[in-house]
Design a protein around this ligand. Structure first.
Ligand code: ADP
Ligand code: MG
Length: 586
């Protein structure tokens, strides 16, 4: 049955084959597991099989050999069953563990190179759920379905064959009456469900009439509605009675009906088994053995009939897992490799629209950040500042125009080399649950000398607080860096950027959340960081950008004013208004 995912139809068959493809590296262990499962299933008919000589040989004929061997044989049988069960379970647990690991690895790898737009469109919880829950859902369901399909089919076929071998007339009786029994059960269940539904509806109507009568008693009295109300109520109440009676009747007759069919079946079996048809009667052992086989037949049949449910749940899981693995990664068509750029950044006629939206966020944006200088972006919230900044490391692909770094279109460069030229300090400083040192040197493959580490921390005004931590640079910062204050986290992020020493720097600066003391430190750290770097800074506090070489005032995705702080104040436009707003008449 086909299913829809992200516009693509994946058939169930495709899903199985794909899943099997992932099992292929472990086919030996898989076959081992199947083999023991089949062996286990084959021992199931052996239970009734053993029952026959056990009863006939020991209880009836009291054969001394049988008296000795039967119990031992029985014990051996259960020993074999236990061993087979364990062996197949271990094999499947091992294979499914490997499968989960492989799928998780593939998914996580894909998560690491998904385009930013994917993260915008998908909640973190859903992505996490796919990797943690859906993968295990797949293997759990697959194991279950496999067990049912392989083991239970073998059991059913084995038991049926044994029953036929014991006595074909009894078997035919069972094969004919078993479906009758199933149909009776199904019919009763269906009728009960239908009746209950009708009963519920009628009960609702009766309550409704009752409620109306109580609420509307004045109208009923004045307009003489007593008789008609009574008729209405009795009509519904009588239906409630009739339906309740039918439910009781159906429910009560279900056991006698089922037992009746079963009794007919057993009576027929006894009739035939005791040789009433004119041939030799069965032995006690054979008859009991037949009944035992029949009893053992029910559970696997029930499981086979219900196999669709785990099957569907497994398919749903597999679908979501494969859909994630199949997500197209970030586009990276550039081939040129960028190294040690000067850092001249040019936006030329850049337009941009988020794929989820219909309107351009940025409209033909033009500006140049000469190498080693600082350009600040100011403007109301939602004007597009963060968007501009996120285009430089190509988190999104622009819709029109071009962005040049050192006169090279950034689309022609590999993502890896482009990003190696850029440092980024965001609004929330992302810290990983590791040591302070590991957080500062994050992403640097080469060994960092303790001296370099300390220099970076000092320049970021972070050395003092790091030295006060219980284990200095080796202190584990906790999840999201909980043990550090906001300002400390930010200085940690600044130290990371200093150590990376990339020529281009992007600051989505959030000094507004910091106390004055922290802010002073962060400002000094930022001052060290921006020196001799091409910096694009998004300023929330204007105090931090008065020294910027150029200030761009952004409004609705366009530059509305540009110039130095002094120029813009002299202009007396939006910037000067913003400045007045933040600093009063100063
Ligand atoms: P600023 O940083 O200046 O406050 P942004 O660049 O964050 O502004 O947002 C500019 C516009 O783009 C806003 O209208 C915002 O709603 C929209 N926007 C921002 N991020 C996304 C996104 N990931 N998907 C769709 N629209 C977005
Ligand atoms: Mg923003």
């Amino acid at each position: 049955m086909p299913k829809e995912t992200g516009g693509r139809i994946i058939s169930s068959r495709e899903l199985y084959l794909r899943l099997l493809g992932h099992v292929k590296p472990y086919w030996r262990q898989f076959v081992f597991g199947i083999a023991f499962m089949v062996l286990l299933a084959l021992t199931e008919p052996a239970i009734p099989l053993l029952l026959k000589p056990l009863l006939d040989g020991t209880f009836v004929e009291r054969d001394p050999d049988f008296l000795f061997w039967s119990p031992i044989l029985l014990m051996v049988l259960f020993l074999v069953r236990g061993t087979c069960g364990l062996a197949s379970q271990v094999a499947f647990a091992w294979v499914s563990g490997k499968l989960v690991l492989d799928l998780r690895k593939l998914m996580f790898d894909r998560i690491l190179n998904l385009p930013t737009s994917y993260y915008d469109a998908h909640a973190t919880g859903i992505i996490i759920n796919k990797v943690t829950h859906n993968v295990t859902q797949v293997t759990a369901a697959a194991t279950k379905v496999l067990m049912v399909l392989v083991r239970d089919s073998v059991i059913v076929v084995g038991l049926l064959a044994y029953m036929l071998y014991l006595d074909w007339r009894l078997s035919v009786t069972v094969f004919v009456l078993l479906p009758v029994l199933a149909i009776v059960v199904r019919l009763i269940a269906n009728r009960l469900r239908g009746l209950s539904r009708r009963l519920q509806a009628t009960m609702c109507e009766m309550t409704h009439v009752l409620g109306e009568a109580v609420r509307g008693h004045k109208v009923i009295k004045v307009f003489g509605g007593r008789e008609s109300e009574l008729r209405r109520f009795v009509h519904h109440a009588n239906w409630v009675r009739r339906l309740q009676f039918k439910v009781k009747l159906t429910d009560g007759s279900s056991s006698p009906l089922i037992e009746g069919v079963a009794a007919i079946m057993i009576a027929l079996l006894i009739y035939i088994g005791t040789g009433q048809l004119g041939d030799n009667p069965m032995s006690v052992g054979a008859f009991v053995s037949f009944l035992a086989a029949m009893g053992l037949l029910f559970p696997p049949i029930k499981r086979l009939v219900g196999v669709n449910q785990p099957l569907q749940s497994g398919l749903a899981g597999a679908e979501s897992v494969f859909a994630m693995i199949d997500e197209p990664p970030e586009r990276d068509e550039g081939t040129a490799v960028m190294e040690n750029v000067q850092g001249r950044l040019v936006f030329s006629q850049v337009s941009f629209r988020y794929s989820s939206s219909t309107e351009n966020v940025l409209e033909q944006l033009d500006f140049v950040v000469p190498s080693g200088t600082t350009t600040a972006l100011v403007g109301p919230s939602g004007s597009g500042k963060t968007t501009i900044a996120s285009l430089v490391p190509r988190f999104y692909a622009i819709s029109g125009g071009k962005i040049l770094l050192d006169d090279m279109d950034i689309r022609e460069v590999t993502l890896r080399s482009l990003r190696s030229q850029i440092s980024y300090v965001g609004q929330e400083s992302v810290l990983f649950n590791d040591t302070v040192a590991a957080n500062i040197t994050y992403g640097i493959e080469a060994d960092v000398s303790p001296q370099d580490l300390e220099d970076a921390a000092r320049a970021a005004y972070a050395l003092d607080f790091i030295n006060e931590l219980p284990d200095g640079f080796d202190t584990v910062v906790g999840e999201d860096g909980v043990i550090l204050s906001g300002g400390q986290r930010q200085r940690n992020a600044i130290a990371r950027a200093l150590l990376k020493d990339a020529p281009v720097l992007i600051l989505d600066e959030a000094t507004s959340a910091l106390d004055t003391e922290s802010e002073r430190h962060v400002q000094s750290a930022l001052h060290n960081l921006t020196r001799n770097r091409t910096t694009l800074v998004i300023a929330h506090r204007l105090s931090t950008i008065v020294h910027a070489d150029e200030i761009l005032v952004i409004n609705e995705g366009s530059v509305v004013e540009r110039g130095s702080h002094a120029d813009l104040i002299a202009l007396g436009g939006q910037y000067s208004a913003l400045y007045q707003n933040q600093f009063g008449q100063a």
